[in-house]
Design a protein around this ligand. Structure first.
Ligand code: PEP
Ligand code: CO
Length: 459
């Protein structure tokens, strides 16, 4: 590990920051509301509401991320591409948690390392889009930007950016988080009872039986340990699940950014871990300006257009004190580009002495349109990008500390391939995502066994 950087290493750290200095910069991907008065009224109401997370939790996550950066634990970040206000239900929260729990159990058992669970959940409501408008049958409307901004239905009123949705998104995030916290504290997350995480519909799949075999071994090992120690291993009765979302909608993020007693600086209290998307990471843009000033651990998506010099400047700006655990670089190049893109960026970070936590997102560089026009991803390419990521980090002497996946416990058909060999013709059967295609339960489990093997190789 290298020495902390001094203030003079970064020009950005010398300029003053406040939660609204981003307004002086160009902010990409922001909705235009037709009534500023209506927006201001909502923002005033939002700013008064209690926070969703606390600075203690945020600092704990930062410490865990620092440990992950040193290879002491692994971070599993996963969930929907975009949450849906109407899908905020018992079933969907439970299903997504079950997959995260099962996957993390596989990873822990095989790697013998703790796993930090970071959901794309409880706030993942704003989406960057490639076009401003969408045209269907000669009718052009504003593009859908996520449920916190407008709705996916193709009518003028649904596509109008509606400030009230900011409140609905905040409330759904609170409801989701409340349920997650109650489940985790109340026995659902007890490692002694992994049967709580069974997904009924998937019980006959090959991945489920592979998982059940593993659960059987874990149960035996736990019972053995407890018999020998003559006590229950109580730390295994609860786990933490942290939340994350893309901090895209800066007006919303600002309304949740607050000072806290007895700590320095400002915290974004809407989530433990906000990240900057690949489309809004311009060094001089509003997103970097907002993110540089908050105390949370943060993510930065890094796509193929990122150069080594640009990365150095962005990293120095976002983490001027070179704090371990502060910054996760989430690379998403695509299985064909990763070998060309990643090594030079790792080398740049090593030369710069930067403490960063490396994460592979094998989803966003591998999206393509199937013959029938449906947006999909192939499990094989996702696996290939992950395998390359592990291999490249190994050969460059750095640590791949995390994986970032779009997945659901719902029985969807959005990505092709996988053990069941889902074909392009199958996509229509249960394609529910409004935005990017997610791994279904079996595909997600398959990926977790693959990551587990890689972690085993590393240890
Ligand atoms: C996403 O994570 O859903 C996303 C839009 O990713 P990226 O910024 O990597 O394109
Ligand atoms: Co996505």
């Amino acid at each position: 590990m290298s020495a902390p950087k001094t203030e003079s290493d970064s020009t950005h750290s010398q300029s003053t920051w406040s939660p609204e200095t981003w307004r002086e910069k160009i902010a990409k991907q922001q909705p235009v509301y037709d009534s500023p008065a209506e927006l201001n009224d909502v923002l005033t109401r939002l700013a008064k509401l209690p926070p969703l997370v606390t600075s203690w939790e945020i600092e704990n996550l930062k410490r865990s991320l620092a440990a992950a950066g040193e290879g002491k634990c692994f971070v599993l970040q996963g969930g929907d591409c975009s949450e849906d206000l109407d899908e905020c239900s018992t079933e969907s929260v439970v299903r997504n948690l079950k997959v995260l729990m099962q996957m993390s159990l596989v990873l822990m058992y095989r790697s013998m390392k703790p796993v930090v669970r970071l959901g794309r959940i409880a706030g993942q409501y704003a989406k960057p889009r490639s076009k401003e408008t969408e045209t269907r049958d000669g009718v052009t409307l504003p593009v859908y930007r996520g449920d916190i901004i407008n709705r996916s239905g193709f009518t003028e009123s649904e596509r109008r950016p509606n400030p009230e949705l900011l409140l609905r998104g905040y409330e759904r995030s609170a409801l989701t988080l409340n349920f997650i916290r109650a489940l985790c504290a109340g026995g659902f997350a007890d490692l002694h009872h992994p049967e709580n995480w069974d997904l009924g519909y998937a019980s006959t799949s090959k991945e489920a039986s592979r998982y059940r075999d593993l659960v059987q071994s874990i149960g035996d090992a736990l019972r053995f340990m407890e018999t020998v120690a003559d006590a229950s291993i109580s730390q295994l009765e609860r786990v933490d699940i942290f939340t994350s979302h893309e901090g895209l909608h800066l007006t919303y993020e600002q309304s949740q950014t607050r000072p806290v007693p007895r700590r320095d600086g400002w915290y974004n209290l809407s989530t433990h871990f906000p990240w900057i998307g690949d489309r809004t990471r311009d060094l001089d843009g509003a997103h970097i300006e907002y993110f540089r000033g908050i105390q949370n651990p943060i993510g930065l998506k890094v796509g193929p257009s990122m150069t080594a010099d640009e990365l150095k400047s962005v990293v120095d700006c976002l983490n001027p004190k070179n704090e371990p655990g502060r910054l996760m670089l989430i690379h998403r190049f695509g299985s064909e580009k990763i070998a060309d893109c990643l090594p030079q960026l790792i080398q740049a970070m090593q030369q710069n002495g930067s403490n960063v936590v490396w994460c592979s997102d094998p989803m966003h560089g591998n999206t393509f349109s199937a013959e029938n026009g449906i947006k999909t991803r192939h499990v094989r390419q996702i696996e290939n990008e992950l395998l390359s990521a592990f291999e490249i980090h190994r050969s460059e002497g750095s640590v791949l500390a995390a994986a970032h996946l779009e997945l659901t416990g719902d029985n969807v058909t959005e990505c092709v391939g996988g053990a069941r060999g889902l074909k392009e013709e199958d996509l229509k059967k249960a394609y529910k995502s409004q935005v990017d295609p997610r791994l279904n339960y079996e595909q997600a489990m398959e990926i977790s066994f693959l990551i587990a093997e890689q972690l085993q190789q590393n240890s």
